[in-house]
Design a protein around this ligand. Sequence first.
Ligand SMILES: *Cc1c(COP(=O)(O)O)cnc(C)c1O
Length: 471
Amino acid sequence: MEKKDYLRSLSSVNDLVQAVYRSRLMGSKAIPRELVTEASRTVLDGIREAILAARDEMSLKEIKTDTQELVSLVEKVVEEKLQMSFRRVINATGIVIHTNLGRSLLSRPALEALATAGAHYNNLEFRLEDGSRGSRQEHLRELLCDLTGAESALVVNNNAAAVLLALAVHAKDREVIVSRGQLIEIGGSFRLPDVMAQSGAKLVEVGTTNKTYLEDFRRAITSETAMLMRAHPSNYRISGFTAEVGIKELAGLAAEYGLVVLDDLGSGVYIDLSAYGLQYEPTIKRSLEEGADLVCFSGDKLLGGPQAGVVLGRSDLVDAMARHPLARALRVDKLTVAAMEATLRQYLDPSQAVNEIPTLAMLTANPETLRKRALALADKISSHGDFDVTVDEDVSRAGGGALPMEDLPTWTVAVTSPSIKTSVLEESLRQAETPVVCRVKDDRVILDMRTVSDEEAELIAAAFKDMASAD
Ligand SMILES: *Cc1c(COP(=O)(O)O)cnc(C)c1O
């Protein structure tokens, strides 16, 4: 057969569309005809190109042109188009605050508030007492002040926005002094010097990477200085021969010169988690008590709420930020307000918050619970096919620039297969019906139970079952 015979033997777009609707898979679903037509055209174009590009008889013969083959190709294209791009995944990395996987999971009350806010009209900017216009910040301000002792509060889109706004409002065209040990980059997209430049503030670096003293700050103060800033180093640590200036010392110096102290906490821990066996992290309250004029942090890191940036501090400073035109561009939406208020209310009872806010619950999970989950999953995976499965003690990370170097003791399930390469195991998990994201170490797939629920362990087991039957 020659190329033109192959081309002639292809079905028309119309015939292919008919065949698709007659096929078993699609028959039951109401799929828009436009979508099927478009997919049929795409498939036929692809086949035609392949025929024209074929160099010899052999490669020509390999191109499948029978209608049933084309129907399944069309079905595949249609399925891909119908599939949501933004999907649920199972996080088996053990990294609790995983920025690429959506950071914090919301608590049940936050989810309920979110659904209600989305489904109904609400009093976002409307005062029910007198029918006057309100501010969306009112739902959060008092609660944040009660929880932390701050004079005022403002919630914006994220912590990067909070830092940008603080600098733009209080240090534009003036100088901000920062220790060289804190000129951080977080996740590639937040670089303190770049944010500083965008805000119009001038960065003045002092000290060295490992040591900075109060005197370094004092010597750098000029008539142009507006602010002394501390930034949490988040995802790295300088250890060994080091010196840092605390908020208390900075606040003392700032008072002498009438400067503002800004503390970018990054994660914003409300509850001292050292009581639960984790490394001590300066809490939000402590930073305020030590004299920071403005404190800011993320809503979706250790706080365990929705994406947001929280600013707390002196009311003259916070309120000036709320009035600035940039605040309008950086404002939070109603869904964030709803989820944030519900999350913050849980902190009114801190011990309950630790159990019910997923981020905190996962960070403080009992290793024995994780071990049992690992054993149960290992059993299921072994029973589903020819897999080599071990349960191991390992460590997980908090992630999200929180408690960065801390090793949290955890239990993992490690899997290999005599017939499937580890890279293929990893890929099949990633492309499972509910995608599973895991670690690969020493040529084994590692599933960390810290970030996997019991229900998700079932789905992971099912993914291995599918792999075994496809093998
Ligand atoms: C994470 C982080 C930010 C950025 O916060 P987003 O909420 O992601 O915008 C800024 N500063 C520090 C110290 C951080 O850890």
